[in-house]
Design a protein around this ligand. Structure first.
Ligand code: C2O
Ligand code: CU
Length: 435
């Protein structure tokens, strides 16, 4: 492998310090008490995929389908996925977006594992300890691979599940010019008996944000990036902006009339019975104000005192001339540089880390840290005032300044990057390394 060695003072895994590498930091090998093993084989292969619109597209897939197989587990299960590569010449990996796996399972080629080339395989194992809505995708040439179809959903349920619930996982993905919002089977119309609890798990797999509205019922955003919000209130006639890479769980009780989800201009309907499944035109929700998640839900005691941070970093995002592949080029930059010449952020295990992201460019940058959820502290100097907001991706719009915090509890070397994957490819990424 090409994994980078950690500094020798990370010795707690019992390896001899001189041979310890990030690739040796592996996940659990057995399920937790009462759990089982969810075993899957994902074979990366090119295939022709038929979209719900009927259109056929040349895709890169896991098991011939895009999205790839849905991975569904129960808390405490062991997830064991064998990745094989049939014919994707660029190579593939699996990155568990938002899931805080051990570093050696994180799927970053050349850092946590060698890239999986045609004919090869790699086995991932980790415990499904975190509940909620996540996704997986290749991290090799991901600006091409994800767009072409190398992604899928990961959902972890609690041990005790609500009966009689419509629970839909809905990745939003753009193939060519077509935004697809459909469940695993490609369905865009659903039924749920009136009075039934409904949960929609919305996942943005695209490089840009999507605007979502839900009409026909009041609803709650109950989880963001897989993590439950504290007492989210009932809302209606608001738009939600879902950042690239981000997830919202939306819940409501099915009314006696249809509920319409609009994502940009794509419509998905949920009706109380089949006859009502195709009503008139979608409602005009364009003028609805946007929900501000920093002021939604109720505050809860802080996980830590952010004024006591052990480390603080500032990342200034911009666009300008930087050295890319040894030559000056116009690029998306962090602190005036592009990957790989952006210095690593160094932390020690146990540190409380804060970082501020300043966007001086004219583009939105969905900022994503691997391996750790971050707590949003403030935006533009205004403290977050709603439910504690733990995210793995936050949308830093032009001119905005976000400050977030996390506890360094997952040793390794982690990518910290813009999840507009073409931006990341141009150099808007750096590494956060435990010393
Ligand atoms: Cu979903 Cu490094 O990203
Ligand atoms: Cu960006």
């Amino acid at each position: 492998g090409t994994a980078v060695s950690l500094r020798p003072d990370v010795g707690h895994t019992g390896h001899s310090p001189s041979t310890l590498s990030v690739a040796d930091l592996r996940g659990a090998r057995a399920p937790g008490p009462g759990g089982t093993t969810v075993r899957r084989v994902l074979t990366a292969q090119s295939a022709t995929v038929r979209l719900s619109s009927g259109q056929a597209v040349d895709a890169w897939t896991y098991n011939g389908q895009a999205p790839g197989p849905a991975i569904v587990a129960t808390q405490g299960d062991l997830i064991e996925v064998t990745l094989r590569n049939k014919d994707i010449e660029d190579g593939v990996t699996l990155h568990w977006h938002g899931y805080d796996v051990a570093c050696g399972e994180d799927g970053v080629p050349g850092l946590t594992q060698p890239v999986v080339t045609p004919g090869e395989e790699f086995r991932y194992r980790f415990r499904a300890d975190q509940l909620g809505t996540y996704w997986y995708h290749t991290h090799q040439a991901s600006h091409i691979g994800v767009r072409k179809g190398l992604y899928g959903t990961l959902v972890v349920h609690p041990r005790v599940r609500q009966e009689r619930q419509l629970d839909l996982t809905l990745p939003l993905h753009t193939f060519g010019d077509t935004l697809v919002v459909a469940d695993q089977d490609g369905h865009t119309d659903h039924t749920a008996e009136a009075g039934t609890p409904v949960r929609l798990r919305l996942i943005n797999t695209d490089p840009d944000p999507h605007r979502l509205t839900l009409s026909g019922t009041p609803f709650r955003v109950t989880a963001v990036d897989g993590r439950d919000l504290n007492h989210p209130g009932e809302i209606s006639e608001v738009g939600l902006r879902l950042p690239a890479g981000g997830r919202y769980d939306v819940e409501f009780t099915m009314p006696h009339s249809p509920v319409v989800l609009v994502a940009d201009d794509v419509v998905l309907r949920i009706a109380p019975d089949r006859a009502a499944a195709r009503p008139e035109a979608a409602p005009d929700t364009a003028g609805w104000p946007e929900l501000d998640l920093l002021h939604y839900g109720e505050p809860a005691p802080a996980a830590f005192d952010a004024r006591k941070a052990d480390r603080h970093f500032t990342l200034v995002l911009d666009r300008g001339v930087a050295v890319v592949d040894g030559r000056p080029a116009y690029a998306h930059t962090v602190n005036g540089r592009a990957h790989p010449s952006i210095p690593d952020q160094l932390v020690a295990e146990g540190d409380l880390v804060t970082f501020t992201v300043v966007n001086r460019s004219l583009d939105t940058h969905p900022w994503h840290l691997h391996g750790h959820p971050v707590l949003v502290l403030s935006r533009d100097g205004v403290p977050a005032a709603g439910s504690p907001l733990w995210v793995d991706t936050f949308d830093v719009r032009p001119g905005q300044v976000w400050t977030v915090a996390f506890r360094a509890t997952n040793p390794g070397i982690w990518m910290n990057h813009c999840h507009n994957l073409p931006h990341a490819h141009e150099g808007m990424m750096l590494r956060l390394a435990y010393t």
